[in-house]
Write a protein that binds this ligand. Structure first.
Ligand code: ADP
Length: 539
């Protein structure tokens, strides 16, 4: 028997319509470095319609790909609303990718138009001529276009195009399973792989982000996505904010601690999201300058393991960090680490990767694809499936990342009977020492809890006796005098002796990937090339 219910498509177009009509007075405030410029959601809706008209005039009339090369701004939000709503596909280019990777993904996605922030023109200029399928480039704001003039592409001014276009658009009916947006994983190995989100997956993901077990977003919130809109759709925060009527505060290119702290003081966002390195820097700045972060009721942190020490430091300043886990392939939110109510000690839950959201399932899989118990203790590869998990990569025959309808995440960890996920490592970062596994994440978390340590990354390096042993790369607080032996002793109180690193190196900064995570590949390479000054501490 079929239901009697209407088959109402779940689309980004309906998020756009609802957000910009019902919450027309909510606003997006974009940081300019010394103030903000404001656009109401009503105006945002009109500008999205103008953009859609302008894109149609450039020949976008079906599911062509329109790329964005932008920081988090009101204009990027206009693209987020206009492109999928007109039935086209938004491809957010990660501005931090290497030139080769940018050209690869623009060609692979067959992008036809690129909308670029004026401040990013110098980054786009050298790669643009190589982007074979791109025909038009639309430049936002004032920029010196001379660098683009020999690219062979037709150049346009964003504001001129919008000014000439009508502020209403005959938005099409869209099938919820149609492609809405695409994002490439940053590809730590091999070429980046494309994930294509549907309208339905984006809609359901936004609803999930709004629920109380996630971020409980409402029209009373002001959301500051620090995580870039080119990184897994800024964790879905922009669409979720539109759906909830929450205003948005956009940091543009000002992602350093000092301007961010000022933005938080002036614009008083209630919810924000960024990777741990950003919060780490912001915390140190806020402590030194007595910044007022009290407006934040919830800080979402993820992308890599969130050190408990970081969460505790923020808690002391009255700011609550919640850890979330996910990946580009999962839209990206998959689990959120709110502790169960009433537990005596919430910290083990908060330090986990969180409870899997309704709409998704997670399981632990061992050798030979054997499904292991979800008992909170048995470790294996985590697999997920659900309404906003990709079932394949775009134009890619390789099915090795999928297992009978489940996505192999490449993350290693355990799932508890009440749905909490705890990761011990990424499969490729696990350190295999004499047949036993050492969790690099656990060692890092302990090290980063040391008062003199700012950052610590642990990687496996070849060892003649044990196959692999941990190498600890540590960034010390300026002026700290702690030695490798001291840190080893500090760790000895916390992990089994056989896991203690004997190789240590003190560096000024941990190298980061294009999305701000520790680049362990770079560290391993630096070690292999003899580029690290390693001291031994065995006892
Ligand atoms: P990339 O693979 O390019 O880093 P993603 O941003 O999709 O791109 O990264 C997803 C991965 O990030 C996950 O598979 C996991 O390894 C890691 N990750 C995300 N959130 C967390 C978290 N809270 N704790 C530990 N690892 C995390």
């Amino acid at each position: 028997m079929w239901s009697t219910m209407q088959d109402y498509p779940l689309t980004i177009s309906s998020i756009r319509r609802y957000g910009t009509e019902v919450f027309g007075h909510s606003e997006v405030a974009t940081f300019t470095g010394d103030g903000v410029r404001r656009t109401s959601y009503a105006e945002l809706g009109r500008r999205a319609a103008r953009l859609a008209n302008a894109l149609r005039d450039l020949g976008i009339d079906a599911d062509q790909r329109v790329a964005t090369f932008q920081w988090n701004t009101a204009e990027h939000l206009e693209a987020y609303l206009a492109i999928p709503s007109m039935g086209a596909v938004m491809h957010t280019l990660n501005v931090r990718l290497s030139a080769d990777q940018l050209v690869y993904i623009a060609d692979h996605a067959e992008d036809e138009v690129v909308i670029v922030s004026g401040s990013l023109v110098p980054l786009l200029a050298p790669v643009l001529p190589k982007m074979a399928t791109v025909r038009h480039v639309v430049v936002i704001g004032d920029a010196d276009l001379s660098a683009l003039s020999s690219s062979g592409k037709t150049l346009h001014s964003y504001e001129e195009l919008l000014a000439a276009a009508p502020d209403t658009y005959d938005w099409p009916e869209i099938d919820e399973r149609q492609a809405a947006a695409m994002c490439y994983t940053s590809g730590t190995t091999g070429n980046p792989k494309g994930v294509v989100y549907s309208h339905r997956s984006a809609y359901l993901h936004s609803m999930a982000a709004c629920t109380g077990n996630a971020f409980a977003l409402s029209a009373a919130d002001r959301v500051l996505p620090v995580v870039p809109m080119f990184h897994a759709n800024a964790w879905g925060l922009p669409y979720a904010a539109l759906m909830a009527g929450a205003s948005l505060v956009m940091p543009d290119r000002f992602l350093q601690a000092e301007p961010l702290a000022r933005l938080i003081e002036d614009e008083r966002p209630t919810v924000s999201g960024a990777v741990p390195t950003i919060w780490n820097d912001l915390f140190r700045h806020a402590r030194e300058h007595e910044s007022d972060l009290s407006a934040l009721r919830l800080v979402v942190c993820g992308g890599s393991a969130v050190p408990e020490s970081l969460m505790r430091s923020f808690e002391e300043r009255g700011v609550h960090i919640v850890q979330a886990w996910g990946m580009t392939e999962t839209s990206p939110l998959a689990s959120v680490a709110h502790p169960p109510p009433g537990v005596a000690d919430p910290w083990p839950y908060r330090a986990s990767q969180g409870r899997v959201m309704s709409g998704l399932e997670a399981r632990v899989v061992g050798d030979g694809d054997r499904v292991l118990p979800a008992d909170g203790a048995t470790v294996g590869e985590i697999e997920v499936r659900g309404a906003w998990v990709t079932a394949a990569y775009y134009k890619d025959e390789d099915s090795s990342k999928f297992n009978e309808g489940w996505l192999r995440t490449g993350d290693v960890g355990m799932v508890s009977s009440d749905g909490y996920l705890t990761l011990t490592d990424r499969a490729k970062d696990v350190i295999k020492s004499g047949g036993e596994w050492i969790s690099s994440v656990e060692l890092e978390n302990h090290l980063m809890a040391h008062p003199d340590v700012i950052e610590a990354a642990v990687v496996g390096v070849p060892d003649p006796r044990w196959q692999e042993r941990p190498l600890a790369s540590v960034v010390l607080r300026p002026g700290a005098e702690v030695t490798a032996a001291d840190l080893r002793e500090f760790l000895a109180a916390r992990v089994p002796k056989w896991q203690l690193p004997e190789r240590w190196t003190f560096i000024t900064e941990v190298p980061k990937t294009s999305v701000g995570k520790f680049s362990k590949k770079t560290l391993r390479q630096m070690y292999a090339d003899g580029g690290l000054e390693v001291v031994r501490a065995d006892s």
